[in-house]
Design a protein around this ligand. Structure first.
Ligand SMILES: [Zn+2]
Length: 268
């Protein structure tokens, strides 16, 4: 099902659900990031490899994007950022749009070209605890620096609904407290089935703990690595649902989620 400027209204599209090297760069799943539409404002979060193509294939034109957010500089989250910004500004013809990113994404070995940044309206460096009003009824907050080696931030959107995205991170004490406002929808990057202290990603066990404490209306698991794919993400989601009483969904590529009704849209 292709979307249009009208039908994408208040939807969230999973342009990718791949996490980490094997699944993202072995192309076992797409890694195009998350496309949110909040009352007409298009926010593309983590445009990884193929984001440009996956958007177009879904009917979503990158030049509709108003805001791009990079949670961090790893390539599975930002490989296509220059393409998206280039499309957003029509190759620099129209100065528009905001980019949010951690400082190390543009200061050290920049992942966003200086030229491309020159074409957009504004670059906002994410700081821990920062709040930013995107429009009168849309605010984004970056509650905490995640534990992921490079500078990494999750985010909470305050809109008609409260929507949180816990990007790549190892589990850390107090993470639930930082994202506790996420009453409606919580998206988690759950890369591993079992915890592995050597890898700074969430496991299904961590996700269960976080979801069980925050108790959002709906939780969506995404950013799957090999062990999660092998375990069948929908089965893992079902188990977490049973244990926490929360409606937990495993995302799939090109899944469309209605942000108003908090339900997955059936596609043919
Ligand atoms: Zn990462």
């Amino acid at each position: 099902m292709k979307l249009t400027k009208e039908t994408v209204l208040n939807k969230l599209v999973f342009l990718g659900t791949a996490g980490a090297r094997y699944v993202a760069f072995g192309f076992q799943r797409q890694a195009g990031g998350l496309w949110f539409n909040f009352e007409g404002i298009n926010v593309h979060v983590d445009p990884g490899p193929g984001a440009f193509i996956h958007s177009h294939k879904k009917g979503l034109e990158p030049n509709w994007v108003d805001v791009v957010i990079l949670s961090h500089r790893h390539l599975d989250h930002c490989a296509d950022v220059n393409h998206i910004l280039e499309a957003m500004t029509l190759g620099g013809k129209k100065k528009r749009g905001i980019l949010f990113c951690p400082e190390d994404a543009i200061e050290i070995d920049p992942v966003v070209l200086q030229f491309t940044r020159g074409n957009i309206e504004k670059t906002v460096i994410i700081r821990e605890g920062m709040e930013f009003l995107i429009s009168d009824n849309l605010k984004v907050v970056f509650p905490v620096r995640n534990a992921h080696g490079v500078e990494t931030y999750g985010m909470v959107f305050y809109w008609k609904k409260k929507v949180g995205y816990i990007s790549d991170t190892a589990y850390f004490e107090g993470i639930e407290e930082k994202y506790k406002d996420t009453e409606d929808l919580l998206i988690l990057n759950v890369t591993m089935k079992e915890p592995n202290p050597r890898i700074s990603h969430l496991s299904a066990v961590d996700a269960e703990k976080i979801i069980g404490e925050i108790k959002p209306e709906v939780a969506i698991l995404t950013h799957f690595g090999r062990t999660m794919l092998k375990a069948k993400p929908w089965e893992v989601a079902f188990e977490i649902s049973k244990k926490t009483g929360v409606n937990v969904i495993a995302a799939y590529d090109n899944m469309i989620f209605d942000l108003e009704t908090l339900t997955v849209i059936k596609q043919r």
